[in-house]
Structure formats: C-alpha cells, structure tokens
Ligand binder design. Sequence first.
Ligand SMILES: [Zn+2]
Length: 434
Amino acid sequence: MFSDCTRESGGRFPAAFLYCCTMRLSHITTQFSRFLGVAVALAGTVLLSGCFWLDGPQSTFDPNGPVARRQMDLFYTTCWVSLFIFVVVGAVLAYAMIKFRARGEADEHAEPPEQAHGNPYHPGAIETCCTIAWMAVSVDMLRMSGDSRVADELSYPPSTASLARRSPTGAGGPYYTPMNGDRKAATQEINFQARPGSPELSCCSVNAPRGLGMLSEWAVMTAKDGIALNYYGPSTITAKTPSGNVIRLAQKTEYPLNGRVILTVTPERSEAFTLRLRIPSWSRATVVTVNGEAVPHVTSGEYLTLKHTWRRGDKIELALDMSPRFWVGEKECANTVSIFTGPILLAYDPRFDAYDPTRLPAVDIVRAPTAAPKWTRAPKPLLLLRFATQDGKQITLCDFANAGTAGNHYVSWLPASGLKPAPFTRENPRRQIR
Ligand SMILES: [Zn+2]
C-alpha cells in the first residue's frame, strides 16, 4: 500500500501521500475508522506542512537552506572560539602550575605569587585597603540580608580596625596592621606611591578614613515599616521614616567603655512605626526599657523590634553585657587567646606594663578584670584593664586601636593554656567563650 501511494503521489507531496493512505485504509475499515483516518490525514498534513519533502539523504553538516546554513556557521564559530579559550586557559594554568610549583628551599621561585590565605590565625596582616573593601561589601550584605550579625561585624572595625588604621598624627594610615606586631606608617612600606607635595599619599592612607566615614551608610538604616539603629556611641543621628517623618535619635553613653546607652527618640510629629535595635550577638544578657518599662524577650544576635507610637522625648535604655569574652587560638595561634570586651579587642603594649612582649605570662580568664589607673600621657589609650595571670600576678591590656601607637611591639594573641576552642556556629560566629 505505501509503495503504491508513494508512486501515486509522485514521492514529493506529503498531503497527497497521506490522503492516498487514508483513502486506501477507509476501504478496508469501519465507518468510525474511516473518520479517524481522515482526521489523522488532516493532522499529519498540518504537521508535515512545516517540513521539506526532498529526494536523497539530508545531512546536519551539509545544510541546503539559507537559515540552516546560518545556524551551521554560528555553530562552527562557537566551536572554534570555545576551543581557543579552552586551549589558552589550559596552557596558562599548566604554565602557572609548573612555574610556581614548590621546588625546595634553595629555589628562588619556590615562593608562590601573592595570594590570600583563609586562616584567621596566620601571622600575616591584612592591608588597610582590604579591610575597607570588606566593610563596603558587608554594608551591602547588611542592606540585602537585614541580618543584625553583619552589623555586629561592622561595629568591630570602628573601634578596632578602622581606628587602628589611622596614624596618631592623622597624617596617614598604615599599610598592614598585624594582630601581633608593629604599627608602621604606610610611608615606611609603600613609599613608592608618594607623589611630590604629598609624601604620605598611598592607597591605604586615603582608604583608612573611609572606615569611619562608612558609618553614615550603616549606623541607621530604613525598613518598610520604620528604622533600624545599628550603631551605639555618643551621637545624634537624624533619619526619616517611610512616611517622611524626621526622627532624631540622640544617644547619651560612654559605649564602648561600658554597655549603658540612653537613647532619646524625637520625632518631628508623633507616629506609629517600628524601631529596631541591634542586640549584639556577644551581649549575653541585655536589658532594655522603653520609658522605664522592661521589654521582654530580648535576644542576642537579632534586632529587637519595638512597635510603638513614638512621641517626642521617648526614652529607651539599654544595658549591654560587656563581660570579657575569649577566642581560643588554634594552628599558628595555639595556646593563645584573644580577649574582647564589647566590640573592643584588647592587646598588650609594653608602654602600660613591664613585661617583655615576647615573654608574656599566661592570662587567667576566670577572674574578672579590674580598671587600671588612669593613663594621662599621650597617645592615650581608650581603655586600660588589668587581668590576673596564671602565675598569680597581673597584666595590663589596652584597646587594640591604641596598642603600638608609640612605636612599641604589641600582642593581641596572648599566652593562655588549658583552654578548649569553641566550635564555629551561627549563634557564635566569633567562637567565643566566657
Ligand atoms: Zn592599600
């Protein structure tokens, strides 16, 4: 039947071929099948009308139509470009692997090119520019995630990294600020960047002030239903609610020297909106009152949501838990500990005590520190605390930002023994123990 139909339709017209087949089938089947056959023929005709009916074999690699030829050209172009990229990238990779392979101490090429290390205990330092870039990324992350722990991380640099990255004279910041080491001016390390008339010019000295300037981007942020306060410190900040109402937030506090913050909310006009307060993840027990009334369920590492009709002079009081916290070192920092109080990292500077910084006694982390006598000589530290040592003596520690500012060697990974490191968790990203 099919060969007959092929002959009858001339082998060129699919509609005629289908019609022929359907008519032949209709002679040998029932009435219903006949109807079905016609329907199939019609559907097939419509379907096949989009196809060619050509003599001889067809090949994907030998297109006859202009559209198919263009597609073929595009396919070949893509193939050749991909092959070129594959060969070039592979060759560069192979070259780098062979050239920078470890070949022993004596080889002058044994050192790999400059690269990042993912280990917080590495004795190397991070460039000021990198810290500032990390802060800028964190501001975006905070904006996108609304996760208060990102603001917790940002709140360390104003008191540690950013302040540590300015010179006492204000003339220029350092290139590197190691966790243990010396505070060298950028002019000592990257002086090739200096220009006539600007001897202190360097990437790091111009980037360093951005650490503090960035406060304007994250200290107070807005949300759809109100505003969020991320920054604590003596300040008066104005912000606008989504309705455009101007809110003044005035903080009376000595933070970060202690955890007491008195916040006065002054809206231009009374308005019901949500005010979020960052409760730092390190503040284990935080007490918050609004106009003298205690707020329940204050959780560390989250925003405290205060939905309220805010009126001029509304007062919020916070008592943050500033008790010392300890990060137990591992790897290159095994048998050492770094000590924090609030957002302040502490460090040893021989300016404030008599120990040789390379031979410090082990710190006793169990006994609470006491305030050290006031220091009056410049450059003054922000904070001085006295900790007990395991051999029954005492050691004076200052805030990291002011350690080494007089040119002394400082140490922030302090000797300690018998301490178990805390695991990294979402609740305890800084792996701290108390
Ligand atoms: Zn730099």
